[in-house]
Design a protein around this ligand. Sequence first.
Ligand code: G6P
Length: 472
Amino acid sequence: MARLLLVSNRLPVTVKVEHGEVLVTRSAGGLATGMKGPHERSGGLWLGYPGDVSRLQPDQRAALEARLEELRYVPLHLSPGEVSRFYEGFSNGVLWPLFHYMLDRVPLGGERDWESYRRVNERFADLVAAHHREGDIVWVHDYQLMLVPGLLRKKIPNARIGFFLHIPFPSSEVFRILPWRTQLLEGLLGADLIGFHTLSYLRHFASALLLVNGLEANVDRVFTEGREVRLGAFPMGIDAAALSTLAGSPEVAAEAQAFRQPGQRILLGIDRLDYTKGIPRRLLALERLLEREPSLRGKVRLVQVTVPSRTNVEAYQGFRSRVDELVGRINGAYATVHSVPIHSMYRSFNERQLASLYRAADVMLVTPLRDGMNLVAKEFVASRTDEDGVLVLSELAGAASELADALLVNPYDIGGVAAALKRALTMPENERRQRMQNLRQHVLEHDVHGWAQSFLSTLEEQSEASHGRALG
Ligand code: G6P
């Protein structure tokens, strides 16, 4: 197997300094979680940002570099200015809301942040080139690094380069709003293979190519600058077998049992604290349910875990207080001396605790307003070795195109989500089991290993064909 160079903005571990102590924690989000297995198996390198190390003492820094090297992680350090412009400003201030159709959150201007985005992408391409050996496969990930394939192609014309987008690719009518649309598409076209979670993202991308660059794709192939670029839909999976084993352990079963209270049903939400995840509307749907169904008051509890994320980005700061305010209002209205309807926690949990929560839930609520895939939905399913529990899933998450046995909802329709909640809570056991069995079969059969394998084999096939042709 060829050596794999994984390239993502964030390494799967993030370094923090707290009270003078160096903490190395697991990074949040689907990308970091999902790519860990392929990295471990391939024996290659992973290049990315390790977090802010500027406050480390020289000996701490040396120890950290040694630890990263052991893990085969190559750090790319970002200056505070780069974090603020490339990461917070352009990647998460402009691209993130635009690709999730939240146009009112896209700020005016942005030229300075774009310049920083371009320069940091160049730094990534330089670092990859410095580590690249003949025969390596380079796999670039996500919206923060869309220029890297093109920049790398200029440096190493015969490199084998794949790119995968972990977030939605929006409708071309939305994408064309970006003043830097041409450069971004040209950057991506440096790859041999460009992968998306779903066919509809692929179609949006193909129409953007036509609309913006005048390039016509022949189904899943585009010819540009003497090279053929392949497009593909690769719905990402999780390490389902590992999670299933963990969730089936007696410790997890006992912990899940301890979370439960007699006579009470548990609804569960687990999300990064992000405005795309639909948390406020989910809370309003619960409020609507309690308003309409007095008999459920005191009988259902929403356990909402929100994991801190992008806390320096302005849009995320105001958003937290909005969620807290809603939680307070609904709890104030429907709490009894014995129970509160929303049990909200703002922190990270480890894998075992998450598995216990998944196992304890009667209903899992995954209701993002837009989501590239959403791996939490798949984690819930993989954890249910007892073949019970109902998944309520947004039809605007990529996962909806695979998980037809979930209760699919429009997350903007608060009344509709409330009705789905009621249906989930009253679903007969045989229907719950049948749906969960079907969901489990899909999630277990289409896991992250198969996903990586199918992307990489398509990439090898494509790069052989196109570089063969370019050389000949
Ligand atoms: C999403 C993105 C990832 C990102 C993750 C966490 O899953 O697709 O690229 O790493 O969120 O966000 P952060 O900004 O903390 O890296």
